[in-house]
Write a protein that binds this ligand. Structure first.
Ligand code: ZN
Ligand code: ZN
Length: 420
């Protein structure tokens, strides 16, 4: 596979060269795009340079058609300023149905993230939440094909001025964008002489870590740290996953670049205790900081946050499953993204910097034979269902995690944030 990379980065590589390299890694390692496949891209309008490079490499790899849908922050804000109230319960259902049709006909999917994390911070949280619920409902059929891994898909990031301003406040825009690109490219293993080989190796390491945890068959994980005393029961027949996966269409892909996590499905009714967030959560353009929640019987019964309390409460009230867990993920505190010391306010990066949990929808692929089970059978194993899937960070250099065996014995899994 290494031969698909035309050029390696050197000290003299320009930013344009390195963005081109990210595009190649995205098409070949991330998507595993096959000749004859359609490719559907969504991207912020400021990600245009990366989109153009990806499009070129996708056609060189034999893509039959590349279609990109751009999102423009200004247009999004115009809706909040000028649209009629009824607009916020409305979504482009026809568009999401078309996307689902594209996936069913074999299209691959690339999401490029880079939106302004604080875009909607000043908008009415009720409208933000209504718009999100409408969009979640409309996109559900398409999203299910993604979460079930029916097709090869990948998410990568592009630096944008609006995002860079949030990560590097106080820096001039040009410097901030350059610094954000450096951080994205370094954590995406682009500074390696052979990034495709580096991703293959890293993916194999994560798969091996997942296999080790699968052998253990822990019934639960026990978390202890400052402000945290939590036990999370794992779903019956849960599967740990990490690194690349082979989609149900037979194509190997790396769903996230970067990725540092191994993750599985918790049991929706078996979390109890208290947990404190260790990084702010950026949700729908609002920063929610210093979250503390208490679980009883798998459900959050108490939730507090220093900022963004109202948005947090609305998020947890989205539906019955929004207050229950859908994912538990382990990331060592020494991961390269964590070592950068940056707060990206973007889930793709922040979730790969720390151990995290997610409220809402579970991945059926993290349950044995998950893709052949009915929704009722998945629920019986403990897999949660919700319109939302929101990751938030609970890991730190002071977090200890034990695995609890079926007979109740405890074994160290992580100590002070590192693999034990
Ligand atoms: Zn995760
Ligand atoms: Zn997640």
């Amino acid at each position: 596979m290494a031969s698909v990379i035309a050029a390696s980065p050197t000290a003299s590589s320009t930013l344009a060269d390195r963005i081109d390299l990210l595009a190649q890694v995205t098409v070949h390692s991330g998507l595993g795009l096959r000749a004859g496949q359609e490719l559907l891209i969504t991207a912020p309008i400021d990600a245009l340079p990366l989109v153009r490079r990806v499009t070129e490499h996708a056609y060189k790899a034999g893509a039959s058609l590349v279609t990109t849908m751009y999102v423009d922050d200004e247009a999004t804000l115009a809706r909040y300023r000028f649209a009629e109230d009824a607009s916020f319960d409305h979504a482009a259902t026809w568009l999401h149905d078309g996307i689902a049709t594209a996936y069913r006909s074999g299209a691959a999917r690339l999401g490029i993230t880079g939106a302004d994390p604080s875009l909607l911070g000043q908008q009415d949280p009720v409208k933000v939440s209504r718009a999100n619920v409408a969009a979640s409902k409309a996109s559900r059929p398409a999203l299910e094909l993604i979460t079930r891994h029916e097709i090869n898909w990948c998410i990568v990031a592009s630096a944008t001025p609006a995002w860079a301003r949030v990560v590097f406040p106080g820096e001039p825009e040009e410097i901030a964008v350059q610094k954000l690109w450096d951080a994205i490219l370094a954590s995406s293993r682009l500074d390696n002489p052979d990034p495709v080989a580096a991703w293959k190796q890293h993916s194999a390491n994560l798969q091996q870590r997942a296999a080790l945890l699968n052998e253990k068959r822990y019934a639960a994980l026990r978390y202890t740290g400052p402000g945290t005393d939590l036990e999370i029961g794992l779903a019956d027949g849960h599967l740990w996953m990490g690194g690349g996966t082979v989609a149900l269409n037979g194509i190997p892909c790396l769903p996230n670049i970067p990725t540092e996590e191994v993750f599985t499905t918790p049991h929706r009714e078996r979390a109890s205790g208290t947990v404190r967030s260790t990084k702010p959560l950026s949700y729908q353009g609002t920063l929610i900081e210093e979250i503390t929640v208490r679980f009883e019987g798998g459900r959050i019964v108490e939730a507090r946050a220093r900022t963004g309390q109202e948005v947090l409460e609305r998020m947890l009230a989205t539906d019955e499953g929004a207050g229950r867990l859908g994912e538990v993920a382990l990331v060592p505190h020494s991961s390269p993204i964590s070592a950068s010391g940056l707060l990206f306010s973007n889930t793709l990066f922040d979730e790969n910097a720390a151990c995290h949990i997610a409220m809402g929808q579970a991945y059926s692929t993290c349950v044995q034979d998950g893709d052949t089970l009915s929704p009722e059978e998945l629920a019986a194993r403990g897999a949660n269902e919700s319109l939302i899937h929101v990751d938030w960070m609970i890991g730190s250099g002071t977090l200890d995690i034990d695995g609890v065996t079926a007979s109740g014995e405890r074994e160290p899994v992580m100590r002070a944030g590192e693999w034990a």
